[in-house]
Design a protein around this ligand. Structure first.
Ligand SMILES: Nc1ncnc2c1ncn2[C@@H]1O[C@H](COP(=O)(O)OP(=O)(O)O)[C@@H](O)[C@H]1O
Ligand SMILES: [Mg+2]
Length: 279
């Protein structure tokens, strides 16, 4: 279980003033849960994920993993970012093996383990390819394989499909659900896409902005794997959009001044479109 306890985070700005990015963040993530952080850009999602990863400090508050306070990165937490951070000079296989060299795994098991996870993300045919020879979706799959191969209990994913085209994104959302069902990992998934959050999550933590804080937590009670959001899931998308509307307006007004009008705005209301992908 992960306990996020009273997290506050301030960043010192160039003019010397402090910007509060996260305020009073409290929630728990159960073991094996798939939980999403959803909110407009700039609300502190990545900051919180980085704090949980141990890559960023808090101003106050703490993160407990299995009741132990974390104070840096650890092999219990694997991270996948929006842009697959693969080494361009290493093949897919060597990229996946690289992380394992620092893990507590016997030399002769490293390749076997790497190949197992490469096959899980359906990249076996490309194990000897270099990152520049792969599509964006394949690179993200390689990054997921690398994180999974270390066998962390917790997978932290920061908009991992954010830079992908819609078809690839849908395919990877489906694959990720299958991986999660099989591996029983705890997954914390950051996204600004409502549809994606609804499709993937057990619970969705909806963030407000300025400062980043929790607005509401939604439960998603539907069988998996989920392929498209119909009926109840679509209704849930609309309920979440209603909560986010205020936040989106706040951000847009700041950027556009009075010229912004939500009702006539450019946000797609048509449920057949990918709601929320542009917030
Ligand atoms: N290292 C930093 N120094 C100063 N400000 C930062 C830093 N990192 C993030 N911020 C600011 O914190 C806010 C939240 O950023 P971020 O967590 O990246 O939001 P999100 O991932 O939700 O888009 C933004 O206003 C951003 O400009
Ligand atoms: Mg972010």
């Amino acid at each position: 279980m992960i306990t996020i306890k009273n997290i506050h985070k301030k960043f010192r700005q160039k003019d010397g003033s402090d910007l509060t990015v996260l305020k009073n963040i409290n929630f728990k993530i159960q073991e094996g849960e798939f939980i999403s952080l959803l909110g407009p850009s700039g609300c502190g999602k990545s900051t919180l994920l980085n704090i949980i990863a141990g890559l960023e400090s808090t101003s106050s508050g703490k993160i407990l993993v299995e009741n132990k306070e974390i104070n840096g990165p650890g092999s219990d937490r694997g991270v996948v970012f929006q842009e697959a951070a693969l080494f361009p000079w290493l093949s897919v296989l060597d990229n996946v093996k690289f992380g394992l060299k620092n893990a507590n795994i016997k030399e002769n098991q490293i390749e076997k383990q790497a190949l197992k996870y490469i096959s899980k993300v359906h990249l076996s045919k490309f194990q000897d390819s270099y990152p520049h020879q792969l599509s964006g979706g394949m690179r993200q799959r390689a990054a997921i394989a690398r994180a999974l191969a270390m066998n962390p209990k917790i997978l932290l994913m920061d908009e991992p499909f954010g830079a992908l085209d819609e078809q690839t994104r849908m395919m990877l959302q489906y694959e990720l659900q299958k991986i999660w069902l099989e591996s029983k990992k705890t997954i914390l998934f950051v996204t600004h896409n409502i549809r994606e959050a609804v499709q993937l999550s057990d619970r969705i933590v909806v963030f407000g902005t300025q400062p980043g804080r929790i607005k509401e937590i939604f439960e998603v009670k539907a069988a998996r794997p989920r392929k498209e959001n119909k009926g109840y899931l679509l209704e849930l998308e609309n309920r979440i959009l209603a909560v986010l509307k205020e936040e989106i307006e706040k951000v847009m007004k700041e950027e556009m001044g009075d010229a912004y009008n939500f009702e006539e705005g450019s946000l797609p209301w048509d449920p057949n479109r990918n709601m929320g992908s542009h917030i």
